[in-house]
Design a protein around this ligand. Structure first.
Ligand code: ADP
Ligand code: MG
Length: 422
């Protein structure tokens, strides 16, 4: 299947090829024709599967022929839960629309509202926005939403997790009833279906990859360790395995800050990204991380949501998330678009419940590997999920041989054989 076989016009496929994509991803293949037909859509696919282009490309085509927007009016509205995601979606729109005459704008909180108000004066074809700032702008009569032709809710599951339901309801009341609505999500929960029922009109549902499955190309493993020694273990892993570009998840903002300080003491360059940081600080942290100026970015789930860093090799769960679906989102940060990645979790005995919930969700017992000198005093109970499946198709057999440049990477770790006779 090629992009032009999906019914997309030449100026759009040309822009896509310029991005270096030669064929559509499965979710793009399924969603694009439906959106082009003007139908409402409810789409779910794992993180990193190209959902952005799945709505942006057909949206551009549908807007291409219409009249330009009047002052303060918007023709297509894309709502995202976080600022980073809004900026990222907007960047994609700019790339894909390069051969069209459509105008676009991104608005989010944490930055001056004045310039946003000014830019909205002339109206805009495609507006990307976070809910809070959008409602704020509407309240100041800087934007009018009664002419919106297409609405996109991106990362709808996260929008609900972050408590945006009231904002979404409010927004809905400001939009015309007659419009095309598209809802994208990494997972479909009962809540999402409920939301879809009230927001979408006879939606076509597309789902790629089994629900809540984790990405095949990601090698997953857990290191049992005592809570008090997690930071030390993380520093040890980063230094001894010579890791760069490590995304570390912390459950709390405070924990993220503390970890950055601890890592600094082991001469590891790290930065934190979370909701208490200003927009400028967050943008800067992400840029430094992408540019390789820091090796480690410590993030909370909300801040990391949707951030696209191509081929991120290592994701570390410093603590396990309370919501098991977040585990799937987190490890979706690695092994994107076909690249292989490694996701490790540092798990202490008190996190057994979270571990069990995650293993239940992904229907797999995660491989356990204790690290020498970091064996826990507080033992993590054995998991007893249904028959253990092999972890990640690409999981290499343990290689105790020294690897060039890698030092004794795996040599210092040992696997606990007990419950895994297989
Ligand atoms: P999602 O929203 O599903 O998490 P994104 O839209 O952020 O995923 O895309 C993930 C990555 O895949 C991005 O780097 C994007 O540029 C890339 N990508 C998207 N579509 C394709 C494609 N058809 N071929 C190759 N790479 C693609
Ligand atoms: Mg996305």
């Amino acid at each position: 299947m090629k992009f032009n076989e999906l019914g997309l016009a030449e100026p759009i496929t040309r822009a896509v090829h310029k991005k270096g994509y030669d064929k559509p991803s499965p979710i793009q293949e399924k969603a694009i024709p439906i959106v082009l037909k003007g139908q409402d859509l409810m789409a779910s696919a794992q993180t990193g599967t190209g959902k952005t282009a799945a709505f942006v490309l057909p949206l551009l085509q549908r807007l291409a022929d219409g009249p330009r927007p009047a002052g303060k009016k918007v023709r297509a509205l894309v709502v995202t839960p976080t600022r980073e995601l809004a900026a990222q979606v907007h960047a994609n729109i700019m790339d894909y629309s390069i051969n069209t005459r459509l105008s676009n704008l991104v608005v989010f909180g944490g930055v001056n509202i004045g310039p946003q108000i000014r830019k909205l004066q002339r109206g805009v074809d495609i507006l990307v926005a976070t809910p809070g700032r959008l409602l704020d702008l509407h309240g100041q009569n800087a934007v009018q939403l009664d002419n919106v032709e297409i609405l996109v809710l991106d990362e709808a599951d996260r929008m609900l997790d972050m408590g945006f339901i009231h904002d979404i309801r409010k927004l809905q009341s400001l939009l015309p009833t007659r419009k095309q609505s598209l809802l994208f999500s990494a997972t479909f929960s009962g809540e999402i279906r409920q939301l879809a029922k009230t927001m979408l009109h006879q939606p076509v549902e597309v789902e790629v990859a089994p629900r809540n499955s984790t990405v095949e190309s990601v090698q997953q493993c857990i290191h049992p360790v005592d809570k008090a020694r997690k930071a030390e273990l993380l520093a040890h892993l980063i230094n001894s395995r010579n890791w760069h570009q490590v995304l570390v998840f912390s459950r709390t903002k405070h924990g993220a800050n503390k970890l950055v300080k601890t890592l600094a003491k082991s001469n590891i360059r790290a930065t934190a990204i979370h909701g208490n940081k200003s927009q400028a600080q967050r943008t800067r942290a992400l840029a430094d991380f992408k540019a390789g100026k820091v090796d480690v970015m410590v993030a909370t789930d909300i801040a990391a949501r949707g951030i696209d860093i191509v081929e991120l090799p290592h994701v570390v769960n410093f603590d396990l998330p309370n919501v098991p679906e977040d585990y799937v989102h987190r490890i979706g940060r690695t092994g994107r678009a076909g690249a292989t990645g490694e996701a490790i979790s540092l798990v202490s005995a008190d996190e057994f419940k979270q571990l069990r919930d995650i293993e239940r969700l992904i229907k797999t017992n995660l491989q356990r590997e204790e690290i020498e000198d970091f064996e826990p005093d507080h033992q993590l109970p054995e998991s007893n999920q249904a028959p253990r499946q092999r972890q990640g198709a690409g999981r290499k057999p343990t290689n105790f041989k020294q690897q060039p440049g890698n030092g004794n990477r795996r040599g210092r770790s040992r696997r606990r054989g007990k419950a895994r006779a297989a």
